[in-house]
Design a protein around this ligand. Structure first.
Ligand SMILES: Cc1cc2nc3c(=O)[nH]c(=O)nc-3n(C[C@H](O)[C@H](O)[C@H](O)COP(=O)(O)O)c2cc1C
Length: 367
């Protein structure tokens, strides 16, 4: 069965607002977490076919990422430096409460002509929670809190006299002024466990999942669309990938081999232990990283599994496969961000658009 959307697939890149890039490896990475590098990167991205940028929230180091800029303020700076790019600010319930987040994002929405979005993340890093004195909730409890958080955000943004009685949050006749201008900020979420999918099917606009094969993505999409239908909700899907696009397949594969060869095994294993442990209370074992191998874990979100590693044509064809599996957006990480975002925009995205145009001429297959 094809889940393909007829709209052009969208592209996003991970904002490198934490140090060390997107792979846990000592390979050379010509990427910087500085604001100057990131402003220029955002401009390159919007000029080269990228619609979104996703910033990250981290409070402490762990397995790399020694330095971290805060996501909402950093996202605002990138929005100020660009004209059309939408920037997704990551928000972690716990450190943020929905009253503050709703107010902060509503203001940025006004300042940037509605270009800010949020990614509500539920957390995986217990040591980080301990370091900042936050309670560590069990896996499914974290999602129950995130769902209330999202319901509260939407309520505050759209209703006057908002009243909410949750287990985690309470609001009494609260009227936010001014409310965001349209378009309303889009709400993304990270996570792909049962609890994460159920939350997406009920309340999120977008579901972000770790890298995976088209078959595995298609299974997740079927499941989530079915559940969303039951809740009379619709949710779009973003898939993570670490792209290595070079003129020849050999070159691209050699870079992957070098990334893995130069990985720091202790850090990768410690990261693997942490993320698998974070998902333990997710009883079905389907969460992000449940099946990740050592090689997969060298990239924080299983980005090698999506296999966007090869020539521009190979990569464009594989993006079409992910789209047929139901991906509405591809979220990309790179080794050398500025150079590779530009290369991807100039050499891969036009091929994707050609393939999409050719496919649009085909009759729609009966499902
Ligand atoms: C695309 C994406 C972006 C994420 N960004 C962050 C982040 O910035 N900070 C963070 O602490 N967790 C982040 N996460 C982690 C998720 O919030 C969640 O804790 C994790 O995916 C585990 O989910 P699961 O066990 O429910 O599948 C991200 C996850 C994904 C897929």
């Amino acid at each position: 069965m094809s889940h393909a959307n007829r709209e052009p697939v969208k592209f996003a890149y991970w904002v490198p607002n934490v140090s060390g890039g997107l792979v846990i490896s000592n390979i050379e990475q010509r990427t910087s977490w500085s604001i100057d590098y990131n402003r220029k990167l955002a401009q390159i991205a919007e000029e080269n076919g990228f619609e979104y940028a996703l910033s990250q929230i981290r409070f402490t180091a762990g397995y790399g990422a020694e330095f971290q800029h805060e996501s909402v303020s950093f996202s605002h700076a990138l929005l100020e430096a660009t004209k059309t790019l939408k920037v997704i600010a990551a928000i972690l319930p716990g450190p943020w409460n929905p009253a503050l987040a709703a107010k902060q994002i509503a203001t940025i929405n006004h300042l940037t002509n509605g270009r800010v979005a949020v990614n509500v993340v539920s957390g995986w890093f217990r040591g980080e929670f301990a370091a900042i004195g936050e309670h560590w909730l069990d896996h499914d409890e974290r999602y129950r809190r995130s769902e209330e958080f999202i319901r509260a955000l939407r309520g505050i943004w759209t209703e006057d006299n908002f009243t909410f009685r949750g287990d985690f949050y309470r609001f009494n006749n609260y009227s936010l002024k001014p409310k965001p201008i349209d378009p309303q900020p889009e709400i993304f979420q990270g996570g792909s466990s049962r609890a994460a999918r159920d939350m997406a099917a009920r309340v999120s606009d977008w579901y972000f999942t770790n890298g995976n094969t088209p078959d595995q993505i298609a299974k997740q999409v079927s499941d989530i669309r079915q559940k969303a239908k039951e809740s009379d909700h619709s949710v779009r899907v973003g898939v993570n990938a670490f792209a290595i696009v070079r003129e020849t397949e050999e070159e691209a594969k050699a870079i992957l081999a070098e990334i893995v060869e130069k990985a720091n095994p202790e850090a990768v294993n410690a990261f693997g232990h942490e993320v698998k442990n974070a998902g333990k209370a997710s009883p079905e074992g389907e969460g992000n990283w449940a099946k990740s191998s050592f090689e997969d874990l060298v990239q924080y979100n299983d980005g090698f599994r999506s296999n966007l590693i090869g020539t521009p044509r190979q990569v464009a064809e594989r993006i079409l496969d992910l789209k047929r599996a139901g991906a509405d957006l591809i979220l990309l990480g790179f080794l050398h961000f500025q150079e590779e975002v530009e290369y991807f925009g100039k050499h891969v995205i036009p091929l994707v658009r050609e393939l999409e145009a050719a496919e649009a001429l085909q009759p729609v297959a009966a499902e």
